[in-house]
Design a protein around this ligand. Structure first.
Ligand code: SF4
Length: 205
């Protein structure tokens, strides 16, 4: 497998090792992987989560596209998640269009690019939304729990929280990257897909 390609069967594992927190949260919400721990608060809404709102679908969908997930695999991924809630037929009618649209296969055929950190940080998730940047949009309590789940040690955790509190969100993300990978990231994190590719380079080296 080449870097810059992701197949459906790899997603779960790559999400655990190499997704930045914003995408990990969306992915876990969609997949219901995390019932325990920090997302207990959200656990009761698994019904709703199989019906993730537009902002989250765009943020995660374009990230996965940027990660090299092919259109057919993207359709299969979202169908597996969504059809539990809406049924396969409704998925084909209402959601498949949006996914093909993201891939430039419908409408104006714009080849949409994945969102940068800046764009995600400046987004304004509402109640029931899961998109956005956790370093900015999570409560401190939820952020601590989420970082613990990612494997950030308690010593590094205080530094990350400190950066988030002082509004240095991308620095907080960079520190998380360094804590999780045990390796420095001198350039800093400025794009979720950069976090992913830097992580994969290190893990596959
Ligand atoms: Fe995602 Fe960027 Fe926020 Fe990190 S800093 S969680 S990559 S939006």
């Amino acid at each position: 497998k080449e870097l810059g390609e992701m197949s459906l069967k790899d997603i779960d594992q790559v999400a655990r090792t190499s997704f930045p927190l914003c995408m990990r949260h969306l992915f876990d919400t969609v997949s219901d992987l995390m019932i325990e721990s920090c997302f207990m608060l959200h656990a009761h809404l698994s019904q709703e989560d199989h019906h993730m709102k537009h902002g989250g679908r765009m943020q995660l969908g374009l990230f996965l596209k940027g990660a090299g997930l092919k259109l057919d695999d993207a359709l299969a991924f979202w169908k597996a998640e969504f059809s539990q809630k809406v049924g396969a037929e409704r998925f084909d009618k209402e959601y498949a269009y949006g996914i093909r649209h993201n891939y430039g296969k419908e409408g104006k055929r714009t080849d949409y690019t994945p969102y940068s950190c800046q764009k995600i940080i400046l987004s304004t998730p509402g109640v029931g939304d899961h998109h956005g940047c956790p370093y900015r949009h999570f409560s401190e309590e939820n952020l601590r729990a989420a970082l613990g789940k990612m494997g950030v040690s308690s010593r590094a955790l205080d530094d990350v929280i400190d950066k988030a509190k002082t509004k240095h969100y991308q620095l907080a993300c960079t520190l998380t990257y360094e804590a999780v990978h045990g390796s420095s990231c001198d350039a800093g994190i400025n794009h979720p897909n950069q976090y992913l590719s830097d992580s994969q380079k290190i893990l596959e080296a």
